[in-house]
Design a protein around this ligand. Sequence first.
Ligand code: PLP
Length: 367
Amino acid sequence: MERIPIAGPWITQLEVDYAAEAAEHGWYERAGEWPQQFENAFADYLGVKHAVSLPSCTSGLHLALAALEIGPGDEVIVPELTWIASAAPVSYVGASPVFADVDEATWCLSAESLETCITPRTKAVIPVDLYGGTPDWEAICAVCQKHGLAIVEDAAEAIGSESGGCKAGSFGDAGTFSFHGSKTFTTGEGGMLVTDRDDLNERVRFLRDHGRPPGDRMFFNTEVAFKYKMPPVAAAIGCAQVKRAEELVARKREIFSWYSEGLSDCGVTLNHEPEGTRNTYWMVTALAPADGPDKAKLMAAFAVEGIDSRPMFHPLSSLPAYADADGSGNCTAYSLSPRGINLPSALCLERTQVDKVCTVFKKALAG
Ligand SMILES: Cc1ncc(COP(=O)(O)O)c(C=O)c1O
């Protein structure tokens, strides 16, 4: 039986050629060329001042919190509905994550809930552009400004997404991206931290290389820091993907439009795109009706037909990893999550495959 993949990239001869060139020449004094080119092109694409290439988005969140000097005794607010990587770096720096509820329509951090979670210990917020959608950035920025909180935007899933004419990743003090193989834009594994702040850029570059400023030739470390650098071959693939970013986003939007047509008459809710925003639909996600099958049943029905799917993220406070967390006020996240399922969203999908997913989905909903 043909397997319909949940995620996967779109790689052309351009990526192959760039990777081969870096594999042949990306050594000795030329080792830094590809990461540098990738950073420049990425900053241009996003319209930000600085981009720092990294091995992952998780490392970007870690570096951002460390550069903002967040540590033991501090609290950082994270939305309930996201991958654990949005919250884990809070623990890496010794601070405590506090989970806020999400908005019913966007599934992203709710500005109202965010404000109720703020305490004198709160230092920062990590809003997430979930599945390529954006939260109400205007409202979130207003709350953060009022309370003097730093914003680290987790745009791991949202390359090319926009809100009010600005690109995802550019809303906070720093923004972070993932280039994991499942993402719209990939380097295999990889990440980028972007910022308009010169001080954060400088500090992050220092912290990502064992406490050495860029260009240090004396190997004279002034602090114990981290080793978070992107290899040249990955950066070369990124140089090709960034040239094709709009093409990749357009394909994601086309795949979403097929689902939108195919599932228009069966009572499911798909990813939202509020007016004035551009959703890039990293994962097409469907909410079954409240009286419909739960996500585990839907995943089983898809698996029988060779269709890969994923559960919508579990509320972080419901995970054993966060057994001590209190998510009792986060009713929206707890009501959305059991009904949510990610549908195949690989960039190589054909219309006929999406049609098959829609048919199987409707059959499962009908019971
Ligand atoms: C919302 C979110 N944040 C962070 C990450 C972490 O990205 P990486 O795997 O590149 O560290 C991911 C990756 O899946 C993600 O989806």
